[in-house]
Design a protein around this ligand. Structure first.
Ligand code: GDD
Ligand code: MN
Length: 358
């Protein structure tokens, strides 16, 4: 184990105050366990003295990369991982939240055969320092629940990670946006055996957290991207059905409006059917069949209208045969329900396989 070569990747943004004690703690690990331990700090142009500090320390096992234009925790981590040349990589926060003393146990988990190790607050033996407000706690719980479809790890939000460099190299379609690089790696490297090493998570003493509201919005987008990666058909279908439901609402509103404006019930129904189909098309193209967005808009539009026409024609005749001016809404409802029932599976399959083929 002591001979295992390890790189610690440390993303930093304005961590000048916290760095000295962390480097000290890493030095202890280096001197007592991993004599080849390397540290790669990826700093996003903090301009807070970090560069001078590292230069003055003159440690040959420490490398500082300063990114002048890019910003972001996950992409900084990826940058550091690209530079690493050792068997095992460890990623941790620089603010003192993650104990360097847990590194040997995390690396051990990897040399024992795990795909991935996370420093965990929620596994037996793990703890979180008091002082987390209710909101931060709730936030963390909700975020953890949302990661449930991807991993059974109790603390998938952790930023304290260890894995073999090989594991990182098998990542597919990495998209390092936001904070949750651990979850991204577990999913995209298709890690099966994830070990949780209990840690005590300390509250940062110096500087402040960079986890902003924007980062939380990014997390929601991240979850959707991961779902598209792991369950593409299910996401397509679920989105298609939701858009269809909204289209039914659009149809009814439009029917009410056009029927009061236009003389002919037939034209009112036809216009409403067309508006609803176009509505469905625009949203489906963007969200249900996201992967085919670069293909011809016109061809897809024509194809979609043709495919939907079976259900749409049924809807048209049912609405029309039942309608008198007071009952137009109810007739429309029955029409749209029957039309959708005909269409939901057929329209989805033909759209997916032909109109929005990859
Ligand atoms: N290079 C770079 N660029 N580093 C960054 C950036 C950035 O844009 N933003 C944050 N960092 C660094 C910080 O300097 C710190 O070392 C580490 O990333 C974590 O940032 P914090 O601002 O301390 O995050 P946090 O405490 O709110 O969140 C941490 O705990 C969460 C669990 O509660 C992170 O580890 C999260 O990943 C984790 O989910
Ligand atoms: Mn922190």
């Amino acid at each position: 184990m002591a001979s295992t070569s390890v790189t610690v990747v440390l993303p930093t943004f304005e961590e000048f105050d916290s760095l000295p004690s962390l480097i000290e703690a890493l030095l202890v690990v280096r001197e007592t366990v991993f004599e080849h331990l390397q540290l790669i700090i990826v700093d996003d142009n903090s301009n807070d003295g970090t560069e001078q500090l590292i230069e003055e320390l003159q440690l040959d096992w420490v490398t500082l990369i300063v990114r002048r234009t890019d910003r972001g925790l996950s992409s900084a981590v990826i940058r550091g991982l690209q530079e690493a040349t050792t068997e095992v990589c460890v990623v941790m926060d620089a603010d003192g939240s993650h104990p360097a003393s847990a590194i040997p146990a995390m690396v051990q988990a990897i040399t024992d055969g795990a795909d991935f190790a996370v420093g965990s607050r929620y596994v037996t033996g793990g703890t979180t320092e008091d002082g987390w407000g209710f909101l931060r706690w709730l936030n963390s719980k909700i975020a953890t629940l949302m990661a449930r479809p991807f991993t059974r790890v109790l603390d998938p939000m952790s930023g304290f990670l260890a894995f073999a460099k090989n594991t990182y190299e098998r990542a597919e379609e990495l998209n390092p946006v936001g904070y949750k690089i651990g979850l991204e790696l577990i999913v995209k490297c298709r890690c099966k055996q994830v070990t949780e090493v209990p840690i005590h998570f300390s509250t940062r003493q110096l500087g402040e957290s960079k986890l902003t509201f924007a980062v939380q919005v990014q997390y929601l987008q991240h979850i959707i991207r991961l779902l598209r990666f792991t369950h593409p058909k299910l996401v397509s279908f679920f989105t298609f059905a939701t858009v269809g439901l909204s289209g039914a609402g659009v149809y009814l509103v439009s029917l009410k409006v056009t029927n009061s404006l236009l003389e002919s019930t037939s034209i009112a129904i036809a216009v409403s059917v067309w508006i609803a189909m176009t509505w469905n098309f625009l949203w489906d193209r963007k969200y249900a069949f996201w992967y085919a967005r670069s293909r011809s808009f016109i061809m897809q539009y024509v194809g979609f209208i043709l495919v939907c026409s079976v259900g749409a024609i049924a809807n048209f005749y049912i609405t029309k045969s039942l309608a008198s001016s007071e009952t137009i809404l109810y007739s429309g409802m029955i029409g749209v329900v029957v039309g959708s029932a005909i269409g939901i599976v057929f329209n989805f399959l033909v759209s997916r396989l032909i109109v929005f083929s990859k």
